[in-house]
Design a protein around this ligand. Sequence first.
Ligand code: G1P
Ligand code: ZN
Length: 542
Amino acid sequence: MIRTVSTKPYSDQKPGTSGLRKKVPVFQQPNYVENFVQSIFDSLEGYQGKTLVLGGDGRYYNREAIQIIIRMAAANGFGKLMVGQGGILSTPATSNMIRKYKAFGGIILSASHNAGGPHEDFGIKYNSENGGPAPEKITDRIFEISKKISQYKIADVGPVDLDKLGTTKAGDMTVEVFDPVKDYAELMESLFDFEAISAMIKGGFRIQFDAMHAVTGPYAKEILERRLGAPDGTARNYHPLEDFGGHHPDPNLVHAKALYDDVMSPSGPDFGAASDGDGDRNMVVGKGIFITPSDSLAIIAANATLAKGYKKGIAGVARSMPTSGAADRVAEKLGVGFYETPTGWKFFGNLLDAGKVTLCGEESFGTGSNHVREKDGLWAVLFWLNIIAARGESARQIVEKHWAEYGRNYYSRHDYEEVETDRANALVAELRGKLASLPGTSVRGMKVAAADDFAYHDPVDGSVSEHQGIRVMFEGGSRVVFRLSGTGTSGATLRVYVERYEPDKARHDLDTQEALADLIAAADDIAGIKSHTGRDKPSVIT
Ligand code: G1P
Ligand code: ZN
C-alpha cells in the first residue's frame, strides 16, 4: 500500500559541503527526513525500476532513517534497494557499490567526523550514478524543492531485517542486504600489492589502526588483520557505536592524539593510521613523523607507480584551494595536469570522470583517486603501506627525502568554532572589502603579492563557483586563506589556513607553529580575527 502524505516544508534543508547535516532532534521533527528524501527523489529523473544503494556510518538514528528511506524508495518506484548489513556502509564503499553495480545513485547517512548520539549530529547525502556527491545543480534543486514540498510518498511495509544477509521485498521493490566489506576489500586488493605488505608485516612491521568506533572497524579487521595477516588488535576501537564511544570520530592530532602518542613512543608501532565516522578521511603517522594530508597527497603522487593499480602513471592531480601547494610541484615535475578546486569532494568528480586527474586531496585529511568518487581513508592507509613496503624505507625517511627534493610546505589550519554567525559574516565582509587594497602592502615584513576571493571555473562543464575562500598570497609562496565552514551545525566556523614554502633543506626541521608564527600574526592583522570573533585563540589547530 502506497500512501501520499501531506506535509509542510522546512526552510532549512539546504545541503552543505557534504549533504544535509543537523542535530538529531532536528531530523526527528515530524516529516523532516521524509521531506528531504522526497526532495532528493523529486530532484532526480528516470529512476523508476532502478537501483538505489543505501547505508550509513552506524551513528545514532541510522537504523530509523534507513527504514524510512526503504519505505519511501519503494513508494517512489525504485526497482531495487541495496543496503549494507546492519545499516553499515562507508562512504567510499558506497561509492564503489554504486559504480560496480551500476546503481542509479545512493544515499549515505552520516555526519562524517562530527560527534554522534541523541543530541549530536546526523546527516543525509545523495550520491549520483558516477558514485560521487551530487553536483551543485542537483543540491540546489533539492533545496528549492524542499522549500515548496507539499507531499511525500511512503509504502506501508514492515521494517526490513537489516542484520540478515539476503534478498526480500518491500512492496514491489527488491531489498538486498549485502556484506558492506567484501566488494570494497576486493577493490583494495586489486589496487595494492597485498603480498608485499603482508611480507613486510610478517617481517615485524607493526601497524596500529584506530577506527574510532566508527564505520571502518569492520573494514580494517577484514583487510589489515584477515587479508594482510596483521595481528589481532591491529585495528582498535573497531566496533561501530552509535555515539562513537562519546568521542569525535575525527582523525587528527586532537581527536586521535592517543594513537599519535603511541606511534611516537619508542616501543610503539612503526605506523599508525585512523579514519573518521564514515571512513573517507585518513590520518597517517610514521614513527617520529606526522604526515600532513597535503604532504601525503604530494608523496602518494610522487610514488604512485609503486602500487599496481597506478603503475601506468597518473593523469593528473587535483587539490582543494586551501590544501598546500606541495602536490603542485610533483605534478609539475611529472609533467601531468594540475587543478585547484574549491573545498569539498564534489568538485573533483568532473575532473575524475573526464580522466583529467587520477589523484585528489584536501588538507582536511581527505585523499583519494579515480577508483571511486569519494575520498577514501583506508585506501590512503594502504597506499602508504604499499609505498613503505616497496621502498623498504620508513615513512619518515620517505617524507624527509621528499622535502629534500621538492622543498617543504609548512602548513597548519586554525579553526574558530561556534562563532556567532553575524560576527563571522562581518569578518568576511570586511575582508572582502579590503582585498583590492592589499597587494603591494607589507604585513609583518612580508609583501602581499596578490589577494582574491577564489572562484573556480570548472574546465569540464564550464560552471563557475564563486566566493570559495579568501586568499592572501605573499611573495615567496607563503599564504593565508580564510573561509567559513560549510559543514558546521551550530554557529559559524572560521577556518584560517596558513602555509609557508621552505625550499632550504637546512630549515626543514622547525616546529610547524613556530615556522608559521609570522603568518599567523599576519592573518590576525589582516582579518581582525580576535576583535571580530572575540576569541584570543583558535578552538582547534591541526
Ligand atoms: C570540511 C573540510 C572539507 C571537506 C568537508 C567534508 O568542510 O574542510 O575539506 O571536504 O569537511 O568532509 P568545511 O567544514 O570546511 O566546509
Ligand atoms: Zn567523512
